[in-house]
Design a protein around this ligand. Sequence first.
Ligand code: SF4
Ligand code: SF4
Length: 150
Amino acid sequence: MRERFWEAPLASLSNDEWEALCDGCGRCCLHKLQDEDDDAVFFTDIACHLFDPEQCRCRDYPNRLKQVPDCLSIRAQEDEIYDWLPPTCAYRLRYQDRPLPVWHPLISGRADSVHEAGISVRHRTVSEADVDEEDYEDHIILWIKPQLPL
Ligand code: SF4
Ligand code: SF4
């Protein structure tokens, strides 16, 4: 991988660089709800059933697209995908040509910094397998700010 590859345009990243850009926060594995009146998007603490809340990562990342039809490869999507990513997401930040934050593991040099900064969802989720869909609204969280339009 190139030195400071994360400062290069997203489109120029190799596959390895692209994967290394992820901060490991796990926020994109949470269910979101959208207000029918004003389209506002809210995060819940309900995670995909393949999400490991202790390791804060997908249990089967290489096969995730086959295992979970709703899971998306960010790179394979149109630009609208960035609207749906959390405001802190490294891909969203770089899409906006903004720098990575100090807690990003690529900047801090430590994988744990994303957890210590309170950005990751480690130990803070429930599995979708344990929540009825009618109860999703009760799981809205405010520690991930509602998304602002790009
Ligand atoms: S929200 Fe972005 S940076 Fe965080 S885990 Fe998902 S893809 Fe990676
Ligand atoms: S399949 Fe894996 S990467 Fe996709 S949403 Fe579920 S836990 Fe996250």
